[in-house]
Ligand binder design. Sequence first.
Ligand SMILES: C[S@@+](CC[C@H](N)C(=O)[O-])C[C@H]1O[C@@H](n2cnc3c(N)ncnc32)[C@H](O)[C@@H]1O
Length: 279
Amino acid sequence: MTLQELVDQQAQKLTHENISFGQGTTNATDEAAWLVLWKLGLPLDTDLNAHSDVLGSQQIQSVEKIMDERIQSRLPAVYITQEAWLQGVSFYVDSRCIIPRSLIAEVLAGGSIDPWLVTEQPRVLDLCTGNGSLAILCALAWPQAQVTGMDLSVEALQVAVINCERHQLHDRINLIVSKGLDQAQGLYDVIVCNPPYVNHSSMQALPTEFKAEPALALAGGEDGMNFIRQLLAHVALYLSPDGVLILEIGNEHVHFQNAFPNAYPICYPQVLATIKCCS
Ligand SMILES: C[S@@+](CC[C@H](N)C(=O)[O-])C[C@H]1O[C@@H](n2cnc3c(N)ncnc32)[C@H](O)[C@@H]1O
């Protein structure tokens, strides 16, 4: 069996077993390719077709074992590999934190926030930093920025520490335990925030893979807006005069608009940028 055949076979198995995706990959083929390559110690950008060698039985068995683990446990693949990639940047991940997949990463990588920056040395706050991925992407995007990452979860911040060390950014990223903005100090030029925003009925319907992530990271109350209500009530106090808040709301557009009919969002489909928010 070749590499491509093994990936195809395992993708079929994942599909047959109704595995859920969305925590690093979006479909069975990508998920199978990722786990196969990872297990065989091959680079994730390996060209499957270029590998015409026949795989050994031990290699095949080791892949089958990890696929069985993925299927039986319903654990997200990232919690098995303990590595996630976002915009080409690698992050250590375990079950103490959510798997990095924020839409804000795309906005950062695309440079769309840059025109709003009025200083080359912005003070940046990544509120709800969790694994630290957005704080790190901000620090990489803006080399002169001083970044603070805040989160209520001490466990998630332990993962963020590992990631800051992995990217040698511990001197530019300050990690603080904070409930919401409680520990915020002074004014920030940019606040990025991927908060818990999943509404109650969506929480109930989550596939097992997503239930493996900390509920604190996802659950946003009845309409998903509990954290965001608190945030928008106070955030203007912590934004510099030209400051900008980049807030992810995912699929909760309708709930957001119902909760904040007077907010003035400049919209990407699932990320709101609100300059000087209204409550
Ligand atoms: C959706 S996750 C985002 C994690 C990370 N920024 C990312 O994009 O991958 C939300 C994070 O908010 C944190 N959180 C939940 N409630 C909080 C609160 N009241 N104050 C601060 N952080 C909170 C959770 O611990 C979790 O790490």
